[in-house]
Design a protein around this ligand. Structure first.
Ligand code: ADP
Ligand code: MG
Length: 259
């Protein structure tokens, strides 16, 4: 994937709490523009919280700041598109594919304003790019997991965003749909878009993402994949910082993270 030109997201001292529970602790990092960055870490590491914090959905503890481009995160929402974790979506909700994609245009409409010709054109373009034009009238609950994923990616695309925040987009996809999604993300990056995705599979992150961010409430490492996904960093993130001498993964494939 293309080389980083500059950093598009900057986080300084980002701390997020849910009541007493610390979800992100003093995270300072930057996300390069126009590349695919995988966010990795054990369950509960704060991956979803990090993505939602970028959207401005969580109050940061005093002293924390997130900047998108040169502006504060709150002023940059149209640039950001978000794909929620699969379980956060009600797949039984009676809605057609086209209506879901059209939701991507709502943030740009005034209250009660109807979709304009330009909105319909953006919806058509997004559906065409994701190969779901023929599925427009289908109910989303009738689609395969891979097709459903493409509908939600089309919704993000229709929004006109150039930064895509994807929460576990590969979860629940079969091999074919996984392969398809990696092609879509590659194409987006080739077009200069920025992709930031929470990912569970280490091999997938290594193969399809040029950058990685390893979290375990605190930032463990961030940067080019080869520098971040080292045995030492993976141990620090997944085994609470145990040193390499008593590495429980030694000799064991680290294709997938330990449960
Ligand atoms: P990940 O996506 O890496 O699994 P999350 O960001 O979902 O991690 O969660 C980080 C921490 O915050 C976890 O300890 C989780 O239990 C907690 N958490 C997440 N969402 C909430 C919430 N709405 N209320 C309370 N605690 C939460
Ligand atoms: Mg999560």
């Amino acid at each position: 994937m293309s080389a980083a030109t500059h950093e598009i997201i900057r986080c300084a001292h980002v701390t997020v709490r849910y009541g007493e529970r610390l979800a992100l602790d003093d995270v300072t990092t930057a996300i390069p523009c126009g590349v695919a960055t995988a966010i990795l870490g054990p369950n509960g590491a704060g991956k979803s919280t990090f993505l939602r914090a970028l959207l401005g959905w969580h109050a940061l503890a005093p002293g924390g700041e997130i900047r998108i481009g040169d502006a504060h995160a709150h002023h940059q929402l149209p640039r950001l598109a978000y794909l929620p974790q699969r379980h956060a979506i009600d797949w039984d909700f009676p809605i057609t594919v086209r209506a879901v994609v059209a939701q991507g245009r709502y943030p740009s409409l005034r209250p009660w304003q109807c979709l304009r010709a330009a909105d319909h054109a953006a919806i058509d373009r997004a559906m065409g790019e994701l190969g779901i034009t023929e599925l427009g009238d289908r109910q989303i609950r009738m689609l395969s997991g891979g097709q459903q994923q493409r509908v939600f990616l089309a919704r993000a695309l229709a929004q006109g965003a150039d930064i895509f925040l994807l929460d576990e987009p590969f979860a629940g996809l079969d091999l074919y749909a996984t392969e398809e999604l990696t092609h879509i993300l590659r194409a987006w990056v080739a077009q200069g878009r920025t992709v930031l995705a929470a990912v569970h599979d280490l091999a997938l992150a290594r193969a399809h993402f040029s950058h990685a961010l390893l979290l375990n409430t605190r930032l463990v490492a961030a940067g080019p994949v080869a520098k971040v996904l080292t045995e030492e960093h993976i141990n620090a993130a997944f085994r609470g910082g145990r040193c390499l001498h008593d590495n429980p993964l030694r000799g064991v494939s680290t294709t997938h993270f330990p449960a």
